[in-house]
Write a protein that binds this ligand. Sequence first.
Ligand code: 8YV
Length: 330
Amino acid sequence: MSTHSQKPTVIVTRKLPDVIETRMCELFDTRLNLDDEPMNQAALVAAVKSADVLVPTVTDRIDAAILEQAGENLKLIANFGNGVDNIDVNTANDRGITVTNTPGVLTEDTADMTMALILAVPRRLMEGQKAIQNGDWKGWSPTWMLGHRISGKRLGIIGMGRIGQAVARRAKAFGMQIHYHNRRRVANQIEAELEATYWSSLDQMLARMDVISIHCPHTPATYHLLSARRLKLMRSDAYLVNTARGEVIDETALTNMLKSNLLAGAGLDVFEHEPAVNPKLANMDNVVLMPHMGSATLEGRADMGEKVIVNIRACFDGHRPPDRVLPSML
Ligand code: 8YV
């Protein structure tokens, strides 16, 4: 706590929506980053040395080297984001630092973006737009710019948590057949509602789907889950969509497969080495690439900020914060 007041010192690493920053300033001794320049390692170290609470985002790597330099005061890392792969949760836990995230509030937005990509790639949305922008449209033709129908196709969801299920509901409404692979089978009632087929073997599912969509977190166990070997199991007329984390796919292997037409196309909102995008990928026609926009809505960002505030308040009021992330949950 700052000596100046009883309010906890909260350091926010990036620019957040005004309404959230204002409320944080009312409640806490808050240090904002109005320039929105990502903090370098030295700035992050300085922050963990002096803060009671750090509010990082996906662009801040809070690893063991940083956590080892944390001051006695650092009690909470309240991540502004759902995924916590940017934080070494184990080391934080060992050092008695609580980690929280912002689950639930970006489910629908991320599922919408996923559905947009599931539609955009097979129906060639970006190619159509490019044709108009380049002045290449000579008029309607019965055989020009044909894509593929989504209705009646099989969607294989990897990771059937909140977002996976929200995607399944949407895809079902578009006439897709839902399949999924998950660490655990979901409740009977959910499976029945979604008319979903469970595959305990990811390899088996990959080989049979028209579209694969990734909704698992990035953890050591899911790093390159879609390896070169697994990508080769997919059918050459299948599409791959990723709104989760780039590290789940071997991006080089995916790029090579798309180049060799061993896959029909990909819709990617996340990349292995963000913000870098493999330049070979960037120039392909059969991909739709988004700069990590899955949860980028005004409403979503405000809700995420609210969650961060609630987690900080709960923690400093002596309660267990609602969105605590424990190593056992990863
Ligand atoms: C967020 C995300 O914008 O919440 C997540 O896990 O991937 C994004 O949608 C980002 O993480 C904010 O830190």
